[in-house]
Ligand binder design. Structure first.
Ligand SMILES: [Fe+2]
Length: 359
């Protein structure tokens, strides 16, 4: 296991339905909702007069293709305090974007969640009892609220020069906030997007695996997820743990990981004390021209696999990728058109939905 021991990452003995909702949900953004999408000057500065930012210790060697420990000071931002997140949650209820997992879930469980609390609690009650052990709520696609869309954009903006050195064309910046009282976990899964994950409050252990590790997630499982929206073949086994990068995080710590990097989190009660027992983190996700190209190649690979072939995984053959990507883009657009045409047939629609960020 790779344990990170920078000043911000202390080592001890060793975070979505099953998918992040489609980024198209961002289209429900309501310009008249709450505060405007502009983060004012005061919001952009910490109490100490410093600008909010995310940074790498060695920015020159940052690579979008590698899991990297980062730092940030967004945990001091007013909009990331628990009371403000409770207000945000109330705004997300109508969109069914407050998500709950069933009690007793483990890191090896399937990552399924529901818009209804398992005990039927209201969102006010959820936050009123958030310090109770085992509490868990995730706020999905917070970018639908303009003031948070602006905040998420400002987070990515601070890393944009380093990201776009390798992956130009950032688009669809989304945010997923996880609020829990330990013992709590977020099960093992993968996402389509690149992720800047920030710990905002309390402690959390983050395990991340290289996106190229085919022992942990097989090639066809990645393809299943990208093209068919299924995590059925993405499952944690305890023997995988030793292959992970493990981060012991506290406020001010962040981790960058590339699209399709397997990850999971946990938080135990060792750090908690009365009045301070809630762990808050946020995944800030985004697509780029590179993630779009990979998704398009996956799309074509699925068709080739159906034809009995064993196509090269995206990135293995630049020549093959160059041939597949334009075809994958056209297939994606065709699937998107079909999906819109049969929108009333929801179950069929999911099967027809093109990979988000691919067309
Ligand atoms: Fe995730």
């Amino acid at each position: 296991m790779n344990k990170f021991t920078t000043s911000a990452f202390r080592v001890r003995s060793a975070p979505h339905s099953t998918l992040h909702p489609s980024p198209r949900q961002a289209e429900v953004c309501r310009p008249d909702e709450g505060r405007t999408g502009v983060v004012n000057t005061q919001d952009q500065m910490t109490g100490a007069g410093q600008a909010y930012r995310v940074w790498a210790d060695a920015p020159g060697s940052f690579s979008t293709h590698k899991i990297t420990a980062l730092h940030h000071n967004f945990h001091k931002h007013p909009l990331f305090q628990l009371a403000e997140l409770a207000n945000l949650a109330k705004e997300l209820v109508p969109f069914e974007q407050c998500r709950f997992i069933r009690p007793g879930i483990s890191q090896a469980s399937s990552f399924t969640h529901d818009s209804q609390h398992p005990d039927g609690r209201s969102i006010d009650e959820v936050f009123g009892r958030i310090e109770e052990a085992g509490s868990w709520v995730a706020l999905y696609n917070i970018e639908v609220i303009p003031r948070y869309a602006a905040l998420l954009a400002s987070i990515v903006e601070t890393m944009r020069p380093h990201i776009e050195r390798e992956q130009p064309g950032i688009f669809n910046i989304n945010g997923f906030a996880f609020i829990s009282a330990p013992p709590s976990v977020t099960p093992f899964h993968i996402d389509r997007e690149n992720n800047i994950w920030l710990q905002l409050h309390g402690r959390k252990t983050m395990n991340v695996w290289d996106h190229t590790d085919r022992v942990v997630v097989a090639a066809d499982a990645v393809e299943d997820f990208i093209v068919r929206h299924s995590l059925r073949k993405v499952r944690f086994k305890e023997e995988f743990r030793a292959r992970s990068h493990q981060f012991e995080t506290q406020p001010g710590d962040a981790v960058y990981f590339p699209s399709t990097s397997p990850h999971m989190t946990s938080s135990d009660r060792s750090w908690t004390q009365p009045g301070d027992g809630v762990s808050i983190s946020i995944g800030v996700t985004f697509y780029t021209s590179v993630t779009r190209r990979m998704a398009r190649v996956h799309q074509v690979n699925r068709l080739l696999r159906k034809a009995g072939m064993s196509p090269a995984f995206p990135g293995e053959s630049p020549t093959a990728d160059a041939l597949k990507a334009p075809i994958g883009g056209m297939v994606g657009m065709a699937r998107a058109s079909l999906s819109r045409a049969i929108a009333p047939l929801r179950r069929v629609k999911l099967a027809a939905t093109a990979p988000p960020g691919s067309f």
